[in-house]
Design a protein around this ligand. Structure first.
Ligand code: ATP
Ligand code: MG
Length: 450
């Protein structure tokens, strides 16, 4: 009975062989430029189709292609099972245990091939809050479409026929720049609360508005995010922060009420007046790198977001009598511990963050062999970029960053000259640095001996 009702609302005809016919758009309607489509993705759909299967490019790639953007990666959906897919390609690997997908590799490019998912989430096992724990049945294409999150993410592109199959009005929503969840918003957020973060990310990234009913339940349902495994929240945060629109995403998260008390990292980032300039600069430079197609290091990003928290604790430990270097390590431990509970920062990323932070006092020690030694540090570039951010935010005098820029560029004699030319007050109480909380600290982080 309830099932029937839900099917009616979702527009699925009941009975066996139930089908929802998609709208079909040809090249003049969807406007996809085949040059923007990865030749490898085309190879995958062609190979599958020649073997008698259905195969389409799906999800974000279709959305981006219709919008005239070159997608960053390509996913393919098919009615072939993972085993059947694997047999057709030389370098194909079945990934995952619960719901298997196939990674087809072409050099560096990875095409993710997923078998249509079936049935509804109604029968899937859930936790006490209604979050779906497993959904691993294969199904028909229209069932696959209804399981996707947003209308603009539920379109299927066949490069051979150059047709877009649109099951839930995605094309119309693209034209009106609207993010709209498929099905009943409350039910879909309950099944997977991460969809609340996803809708905000897509809206900010694409410059779309969020349809009223899709948006309305978010404020009330936001706490459900607490119930999502930390690693998954971390993955989503990373996607958000490396979307090329991190600043816009964070602002929108705040306006949707999705930050407070939910994501400790965001509390720190969005509610620390002292670090605001630093974080804004860090995110703006990350956004710029992403848009220029340059790589971004998650370690650098999270080190930036949490720096002012580290700085605060570092000062507190020093005030309590710790020597600067051990104090910095203690502060780093505290901050990482408090974040890893909910955010599950991976060990590799945490190590990068620690390296970047630990290097900072060493930049302020411009005597003897110290600067030469620092040049050999494997993460010098990240540490130096971080130093420049500290200078740009007004935490340190610009002179220090400029000196290091020259020092890195210079040859042997040039470096000796720079060392002899460092400001006369190096090592003396600093007037060139802006103080936090009015407390003064010795200018060279190398107050401790090395
Ligand atoms: P991006 O540009 O960030 O990669 P995307 O739309 O491709 O955007 P992915 O996370 O790569 O996002 O997911 C691929 C597709 O899988 C989505 O377009 C959507 O159809 C489906 N999908 C992903 N996550 C969910 C989810 N939580 N619930 C329902 N469908 C999802
Ligand atoms: Mg994708």
């Amino acid at each position: 009975m309830i099932k029937k009702f839900i099917r009616r609302i979702l527009g699925v005809k009941s009975g066996s062989g139930a089908t929802t016919e998609p709208l079909v758009f040809g090249p003049s309607d969807h406007g996809i430029d085949l040059d923007d489509v990865s030749p490898n993705a085309i190879r995958v759909t062609e190979t599958l189709q020649r073997a008698g299967f259905k195969a389409f490019i799906v999800g974000g790639a279709v959305r981006d292609l219709v919008l005239g953007h070159r997608p960053k990666d390509f996913d393919v959906a098919t009615n072939a099972t993972p085993e059947e897919v694997k047999r057709l390609f030389r370098r194909a690997f079945i990934i995952g245990r619960r719901f298997q997908i196939v990674h087809v590799m072409f050099g560096q490019e990875l095409i993710e091939v997923t078998t249509f998912r079936g049935a509804s989430a109604e029968e899937a096992p859930k936790d006490a809050h209604g979050r779906v724990l497993r959904d691993n049945t294969f199904g028909e294409q229209h069932e696959d479409a209804i399981r996707r999150d947003f209308t603009v993410n539920a379109m299927y592109y066949d490069p051979e026929r150059q047709q877009v199959l649109d099951y839930h009005g995605g094309m119309k929503d693209i034209r009106s720049k609207t993010m709209r969840i498929i099905g009943l918003p409350e039910a879909r957020y309950r099944e997977d609360p991460v969809r609340m973060l996803r809708v905000v990310r897509f809206a900010a990234k694409l410059g779309f508005s969020i349809a009223g009913p899709t948006r309305a339940p978010i404020k009330v349902m936001a706490p459900l995010i607490n119930n999502v495994p930390a690693a998954r929240v971390f993955d989503e945060m990373l996607k958000l922060l490396t979307s090329g629109h991190a600043l816009a995403c964070l602002q929108q998260l705040r306006s949707e009420g999705l930050h407070h008390g939910l994501l400790p990292l965001l509390d720190v980032v969005l509610e620390q007046p002292l670090g605001e300039r630093f974080v804004t600069l860090a995110l703006a430079s990350t956004d710029e790198r992403v848009r220029e197609g340059k790589p971004v290091s998650p370690g650098f990003l999270f080190a930036s977001l949490l720096w002012h928290q580290v700085l605060e604790k570092w000062n507190a430990y020093k005030a309590a009598g710790e020597l600067p270097i051990p104090a910095l390590h203690l502060a780093a431990d505290d901050v990482l511990d408090s974040q890893t509970d909910k955010l599950a920062i991976q060990r590799r990323i945490a190590t990068d963050m620690r390296d970047i932070w630990a290097m900072q006092p060493r930049f302020e020690r411009r005597i003897g062999k110290s600067p030469h030694k620092l040049l050999e540090h494997p993460r010098l570039r990240a540490g130096y970029d971080f130093l420049l951010l500290r200078c740009a935010s007004g935490e340190l005098d610009a002179e220090l960053g400029e000196w290091w820029t020259d020092f890195i560029d210079a040859d042997g004699p040039g470096r000796e000259e720079l060392l002899s030319k460092k400001p006369a007050d190096d090592g003396a109480p600093a007037k060139r640095r802006r103080r936090r909380g009015g407390r003064s600290r010795s200018k060279t982080g190398g107050e401790t001996s090395e």
